[in-house]
Write a protein that binds this ligand. Structure first.
Ligand SMILES: [Zn+2]
Ligand SMILES: [Zn+2]
Length: 274
């Protein structure tokens, strides 16, 4: 069978699926036609009619307009889409059914689409189990109580994990100051062979644990973002300490020690601010 007759078969299946109201199958068939013939304006328009997502409809119609701006079907589709958008996004999909009488079409009133409360161009397929707002697939992350909208999801995060910029600045500031100051009295340890560098490394743990404890006292916040804010502070402070202590004489060994002590500090942060 040639490619062309194959495509015509798929198009035929698409038309039939659309006619009997099976929009999902019809959409898949028209997409298959477009995959083979990306410039098929007829398939584009037919698919656009069946798509509830406004942005995708618009994209398809715009594509058709580029290809055949004077085609009366394209002009009509664009005008129709414009009308739908100005009418407030209430898209109504009516299956184009030639065999059905117009009476039968009227007997089944078309259901207007409900749009997502957060994403105005997305069709809502579910409702938030907490506030009952309509939600799209992008908003629906299932959790133990069902489906929650982003707002309700945020509200359910325990207070201690809801940190904001102000808390991050405090966390980062404290950690930076401690990471700058603590290595200064410890630097003499580096001259002691073997055991010295190990003790110096313990300073990293001290920095991490002190930063975490003071941060917790001042902000009462914990969690990943707080650990991250402290970690950035420790990194910055360590850099400043290195420059103060060694200037441009930073050896590879020192660099390694510093990186290891930052890692140890972050480990302590994770243990204190889980
Ligand atoms: Zn909600
Ligand atoms: Zn949404």
């Amino acid at each position: 069978m040639s490619d062309v007759s194959m495509i015509e078969l798929i198009r035929d299946a698409a038309d039939k699926a659309a006619a009997r109201g099976d929009t999902i199958a019809a959409r898949n068939y028209y997409r298959a036609v477009l995959a083979q013939q990306p410039h098929d304006v007829d398939a584009m328009l037919a698919l656009a009619q069946l798509i509830p997502v406004v942005s995708e409809r618009q994209r398809l119609i715009a594509q058709a307009q580029v290809l055949e701006p004077d085609n009366p079907a394209v002009v009509a589709a664009a005008a129709e889409n414009e009308k739908i958008i100005t009418q407030g996004l209430k898209i109504i999909i009516v299956p184009t059914n030639d065999t059905q009488s117009s009476d039968a079409l009227e007997a089944v009133p078309p259901k207007p689409l409900v749009m997502c409360a957060v994403h105005a161009t997305m069709e809502a397929t579910l409702r938030c189990t907490s506030c009952d707002r309509p939600m799209c697939v992008r908003c629906t992350i299932p959790n133990e109580v069902g489906q929650l909208c982003p707002t309700c999801r945020y509200k359910r995060i325990p207070e201690r994990y809801r940190s904001s910029l102000q808390h991050w600045v405090i966390a980062g500031g404290i950690s930076a100051v401690l990471a700058t100051i603590i290595p200064i009295p410890l630097v003499f340890l580096l001259s002691i062979p073997f055991i010295g560098p190990l003790l110096y490394l313990a300073g990293g743990m001290l920095i991490g644990s002190l930063s975490a404890q003071i941060t917790l006292k001042l902000t009462a916040k914990r969690g990943r973002t707080m650990i991250m804010a402290c970690g950035i502070g420790v990194g910055l402070g360590s850099l400043i300490a290195m420059i103060i202590l060694f200037g441009s004489n930073i050896s590879l060994m020192l660099l390694l020690l510093t990186v290891l002590s930052i890692a140890l500090a972050i480990r302590s942060l994770q243990q204190t601010l889980p």
